[in-house]
Design a protein around this ligand. Structure first.
Ligand code: GLY
Length: 356
């Protein structure tokens, strides 16, 4: 991985240092309507590169992570005379860094990007590892590329304005990294609360540094996701099925919550199929139940959930449903094919564990 990861709460200085190193090229800042209002004014005060930048604003939310928004960015870059030497600074959550990254990867066959994630979810996941993309034809991240940014500047300074729900949503990806790392890291995360008693930016920055290192180590070994990187999908096959069911019910759920609940089902499956230790499963499920409540469904929803899992783009064939499971904490097994009967059993056990 060539991407520089800079952990600091002095974001303005970090941006200026990077742009200086590049010889002060023209800068283009991509924001959405929220970060334009809440983050851009502070960055503009702190940062020459942002003061001098051409600002491109897109609509907020995953529904706008689409070709229309990419065209808005391409057109603005073109009209303002951006060149291959220009630099894009993405300031926002996963929608901005995914979409801005994709627009930059394709404009004039690729221009440099600096990511400044403003959400915990963006900082721990989307802004690191080089996946860029947009939703297309009703499918998430259907069009995209593996293109690393020059750097991500990871800070907790912007998180003070995040809701508890947004913090917990990002923390779920950190829990996932803990499961992929080792028991000590997992126990540290399970002993911490991202929302209670008070949000502590310096402590969270330290946890974030260790969590991003887990992802970085995996991405370095398998950048284009031919094998090991699929470990990062832990909890996601089931989590995406929960998100799809929630969307069908017209009651969307935050991505990170779906991942937290999906990890519980994955650990149940891991226990059933690979002997994952039940004490860790119970401890993890208890933490998730306390902090995230539970995604509520009945056995009548099983056929729909299994159908959604069948359509997960990470399956190798149309007939088989493959998961990333764990033989133990830190011991992922990618492409583990699971039969629908085992999925139904795991969903039963999830409902027991979560009290629904
Ligand atoms: N979000 C998982 C990955 O970057 O591979």
């Amino acid at each position: 991985m060539n991407q520089k990861l800079i952990f600091t709460n002095l974001v303005g200085k970090a941006i200026d240092d990077l742009v200086d190193e590049l010889g002060n090229p023209a800068t283009y800042v991509i924001v959405d309507v929220n970060t334009a209002q809440y983050v851009l004014p502070t960055l503009t005060e702190q940062t020459h590169a942002v003061q001098n930048a051409h600002v491109i604003t897109i609509k907020a939310g995953d529904v706008n992570k689409n070709l229309d928004s990419v065209q808005t960015v391409w057109k603005a870059l073109h009209d303002a005379g951006a060149t291959r030497n220009s630099v894009i600074i993405n300031v926002g959550g996963g929608v901005v860094t995914d979409l801005g990254g994709f627009a930059a990867a394709t404009f004039k066959r690729g221009i440099q990007v600096i990511n400044v994630p403003t959400t915990l979810l963006g900082a721990v996941d989307a802004s690191v590892g080089g996946k860029t993309g947009i939703n297309f034809n009703g499918y998430k991240n259907e069009i995209g590329s593996f293109t690393e940014p020059l750097a991500s500047i990871i800070s907790t300074a912007f998180f003070v304005t995040l809701s508890q729900q947004e913090l917990l949503s990002g923390y779920a990806e950190m829990l996932k990294h803990g499961l992929l790392e080792n028991r000590e890291e997992l126990d540290t995360l399970l002993a911490y609360s991202v929302v209670y008693p008070i949000f502590d930016p310096e402590r969270l920055l330290e946890l974030l540094r260790r969590s991003v290192a887990v992802k970085q180590r995996i991405v370095e070994q398998d950048f284009t996701e031919t094998g090991l990187r699929k470990a990062l999908n832990l909890g996601h096959t089931i989590g995406h099925a929960f998100e799809s069911l929630a969307l069908r019910r017209q009651s969307p759920i935050p991505h990170g919550y779906a991942v937290a609940w999906g990890c519980v089902v994955s650990l149940v499956l891991s226990h059933l199929k690979l002997g994952f230790p039940s004490d860790v499963l119970h401890k993890f499920a208890q933490y998730v139940r306390t902090n995230y409540n539970a995604f509520d469904f009945s056995c009548d929803d099983y056929p729909a959930l299994i159908e959604f899992m069948r359509h997960d783009k990470k399956n190798m064939t149309q007939d088989e449903i493959a998961f990333t499971l764990l033989a133990d904490v830190g011991d992922p097994r990618v492409n583990t094919v699971v039969e629908p009967d085992d999925i139904r059993s795991a969903l039963d056990i999830y409902r027991d564990l979560m009290g629904i």
